[in-house]
Design a protein around this ligand. Structure first.
Ligand SMILES: [Mn+2]
Length: 401
């Protein structure tokens, strides 16, 4: 008999699917959160028979359970831990641990890709094209490589995973991988995935109009309330507003805050750590405690949402050699223009600010971080230029008088 303890996400369930293909009804599978895993391991060690082979994937156990498992192994118990998280590297000190973050070709790994290799190496699974394709989709999704490769199928696989229950997903995929030469979505799945994509797009568009900006510690954050689609939302809002260091997503019902960043210069695991949470550099979270509630909810509740840049302009464009016009809520105007090839500056109302920038992006970043200004529509831009010309003329005329 085998027992597999794996994570509840797509990568974790990918391991379950491989185990089902390899061991069929000779494996018991349990999907767990991190805390749930430790209970399961303790329960297993108390109730095990020495014939059951324990496999743990995509998760690592607590220090206490690490010791217990090693004792169990030394007394002849069968156990294998397979993971790809950086924080689990020390399990490689054990014969029963196998942790690889990046493979020899420089590709990031996932638990599903490592477990597939493991099963192949021990000749526990028949290799197939369909399985290899599925494993690669899971790997690309779990490592975010899908985004760089624009592998939308990987993203859709995860969307499908969330649309159906884990049991249904497992059964569906196992059957498909058993019976076909390549991995595919059926017609009905394609249809609901299309609908789901439209729904996410509308949701993000709505949330974009609710985003507020606030300085928090050394960072400028975007703050939004949302219960669903956190990773899509964090990613889209981050790209839409690159001047924000990170996006904080508040889920008041669940009493959680999620943090996402698209930037390499920001580590949101540190931000979350400050509020007693943790996670990865680009995605992290913490509980909504008194302190984080005050910071993210109380102190930002009165703020007005960020205004979006005008999108359909023909004249008032970013980086334009004629300059670009911005405005903020105080109705201040900001004219951002280049002095020469490598210097940009900003005219705030009538006066130039005492600062130059080496690129348009740098200048705009300054403008948006400090003044929450947005690119105005063409009509406002044209009026601004006309007033400007009128002023010059008036000045000239007054000189001649
Ligand atoms: Mn994983």
């Amino acid at each position: 008999m085998y027992k597999l303890l794996s994570h509840t996400d797509l990568d974790g369930v990918g391991c379950g699917i491989l185990a089902r293909l390899a061991f069929e009804n000779q494996v018991k599978i349990r999907y767990n959160s991190i805390s749930g895993l430790n209970h399961e391991v303790e329960w297993f060690l108390k109730n095990n028979d020495n014939d059951t082979f324990l496999i743990i994937t995509d998760l690592s156990v607590s220090e206490d359970n690490e010791k217990r498992l090693d004792e169990f192994y030394k007394l002849g118990g069968k156990v294998q831990l397979i993971d790809h998280h950086k924080t689990a590297m020390h399990f490689n000190d054990y014969e029963w641990g196998h942790v690889i973050v990046e493979d020899d070709n420089g590709h990031l790994t996932s638990a599903t890709s490592l477990f597939y290799e493991y099963l192949l190496k021990h000749e526990l699974i028949e290799p197939s094209n369909a399985i290899a394709q599925f494993v690669e989709l899971v790997r690309q999704y779990d490592t975010w490589e899908w985004e760089k490769n624009e592998n939308l199928e990987a993203h859709r696989l995860n969307a499908l995973f969330f649309l159906v229950s884990i049991d249904e997903f497992e059964e569906k995929i196992v059957n498909r991988l058993k019976n076909s030469d390549s991995f595919f979505f059926d017609e009905f799945e394609e249809k609901i995935l299309d609908m789901e994509e439209d729904k996410i797009e509308r949701y993000i568009r709505r949330k974009r109009r609710e985003l507020v900006q606030a300085s928090i510690g050394e960072h400028v954050a975007g703050i939004v309330y949302a219960e669903s689609y956190h990773s899509e939302l964090g990613n889209e809002l981050g790209k839409e507003y690159p001047h924000l260091d990170y996006i904080a997503i508040l889920n008041v019902g669940a009493k959680r805050v999620g943090f996402r960043t698209i930037h390499n210069h920001v580590d949101v695991s540190e931000v979350a750590g400050h509020f007693g949470g943790g996670g990865h550099a680009k995605a992290s979270g913490c509980s909504l405690t008194d302190e984080s509630y005050k910071q993210f909810v109380t102190e930002t509740f009165q703020l007005e949402p960020l205004r979006e840049d005008a999108k359909r302009n023909r004249y008032n464009l970013k980086s334009s050699s004629f300059g670009s016009l911005y405005e903020n809520r105080m109705e201040d105007t900001f004219f951002l223009y280049s002095l020469n090839d490598c210097e940009w500056t900003i005219k705030h109302n009538e006066e130039n600010i005492d600062k130059t920038f080496t690129s348009f992006e740098e200048a705009e970043n300054f403008l948006k971080r400090n003044y929450e200004a947005w690119l105005v529509r063409d009509d406002t831009f044209v009026n601004y230029l006309m007033d400007y010309v009128k002023n010059i003329k008036q000045n000239e005329e007054s000189k001649h008088l």
